[in-house]
Design a protein around this ligand. Structure first.
Ligand code: AKG
Ligand code: MN
Length: 202
């Protein structure tokens, strides 16, 4: 079993788990996913644009539009989501489970100025499985609180190749990304940060 390098508010963090070569290979896999299911710009139910762009791989993908946020089995343009890349599933097998694989691999892209407000991941039916999250590219300031909104929070800069596991008590912890350091990594030639979030949905 691989041990986390640190814990933040009950979240296990595996810093530098993916070496530079693995990161490059993963980005190649993701380019293929994005070619088949392009990044789109989600809006909230109130019509406010989110600053990240996103797409998904897997049986289900997460979408947000005027109709609200939800999981669905099609990209907003109508195609089925591509399969989750084998390399990504290997990571899940190593850190979560060999028997139950994730239904969804959400791909978030943070360009310059993008962020994600504090939220809980609670659109899934089953919270017994952890959420696994992979950071690639530019550094992101990740903030985590407790399971109630408004409590104390702590922060850590996530770097390319870091992996985070939110399970147990921390499965429903509030978390978000305050900002990225645009251009801090050379993994993506035009800068930006990619986050993969793997979840069992149902
Ligand atoms: O970008 C991150 O590190 C977190 C993403 C996230 O929390 C989400 O997509 O639900
Ligand atoms: Mn989240």
């Amino acid at each position: 079993m691989i041990s986390p390098t640190m814990s933040l508010g009950g979240i296990d963090i595996f810093q530098g788990l993916l070496d530079p070569q693995e990161q490059v290979a993963l980005v190649d896999d993701l380019r293929a996913v994005i070619r088949a299911a392009p990044l789109f710009a989600p809006v909230t139910a109130r019509g406010k644009a989110m600053s990240v762009r996103m797409t998904s791989a897997g049986r289900l993908g997460w979408v947000s539009d005027r109709g609200g946020y939800r999981y669905q089995d099609r990209h907003p343009d109508g195609m089925a989501w591509p399969e989750i890349p084998a390399r990504v599933l290997d990571l899940w097998r190593a850190l979560v489970s060999n028997t139950r694989l994730p239904d969804c691999c959400l791909i978030n892209f943070y360009g310059e100025g993008a962020r994600m407000g504090l939220h809980q991941d609670r659109d899934e039916v089953d919270f017994t499985w952890p959420v696994l999250s992979v950071s690639l590219g530019d550094e992101g300031l990740f903030r985590v609180g407790g399971i109630e909104r408004g409590g104390p929070t702590s922060s850590v800069w996530l770097r390319s190749g870091d992996v985070l596991r939110m399970g147990g008590e921390a499965r429903l912890a509030y978390h978000g990304v305050d900002r990225i350091r645009f251009g801090s990594s050379r993994l993506l030639p035009r800068g930006g940060r990619i986050n993969l979030t793997l979840r069992v949905v149902a």
